[in-house]
Design a protein around this ligand. Structure first.
Ligand code: PRP
Ligand code: XAN
Ligand code: MG
Length: 164
């Protein structure tokens, strides 16, 4: 549940690209990886960037749904991992990528499917941090991260509360 999120952390496309590249740099020495499994939908964007940087050509997705906007419900697997990737997991050369880990519920569910994979996220909150092997930036548990694909350019009132 994230209804208690107090702080906003908006992320631009530039910043997300930079942070995803930083993740690729960190992962470079930890491979080699033969396949990337992106946790759709949010993980598809960093997975593409990481796969490009590390020259990984096999990109698979797993679809797990738990949030309805900011409210977390039960984890539902909407698309499982292919048998080829499950087989590859035995080698320990599969990389799972997601945009963030929050409570860790999504990460826990995908880790159960691929127990030997390396789990990487761009952002991490304290509750889920220990479930990921690599991440770039930690934010507090009461922060809500706004990803660029969820944002638009809009008017913001002045900090002072005035109208101009
Ligand atoms: O650690 P948790 O508390 O499980 O939260 C993290 C997950 O929540 C978000 O995905 P979401 O389920 O909202 O779907 P989306 O990727 O399609 O936006 C995010 O992309 C992570 O996958
Ligand atoms: O856009 C998002 N921002 C978050 O901070 C978050 N936590 C779980 N799921 C999330 N989705
Ligand atoms: Mg997600």
């Amino acid at each position: 549940m994230n209804q208690s999120a107090q702080k906003n952390f908006p992320v631009t496309w530039d910043q997300f690209h930079r942070d995803s590249r930083a993740l690729a740099w960190r992962l470079q020495g930890l491979g080699p990886f033969d396949a990337v499994v992106a946790i759709a939908r949010g993980g598809l964007v960093p997975a593409t960037i990481v796969a490009r940087e590390l020259n990984i050509r096999v990109v698979e997705s797993v679809a797990v749904k738990s949030y309805d906007h900011k409210n977390q419900g039960e984890i539902r697997v909407l698309k499982a991992v292919s048998p080829e990737i499950l087989e590859k997991d035995r080698t320990g050369r599969v990389l799972i990528v997601d945009d963030l880990v929050d409570t860790g519920n999504t990460a826990r569910a995908v880790r159960e499917m691929l127990p030997n994979a390396h789990f990487a996220t761009v952002y991490a909150k304290p509750k889920g941090r220990d479930l990921v092997d690599s991440f770039i930036t930690e934010v507090s548990q009461d922060t809500w991260i706004f990803f660029p694909w969820d944002l638009d350019v809009a008017y913001v009132p002045p900090i002072s509360g005035g109208t101009d």
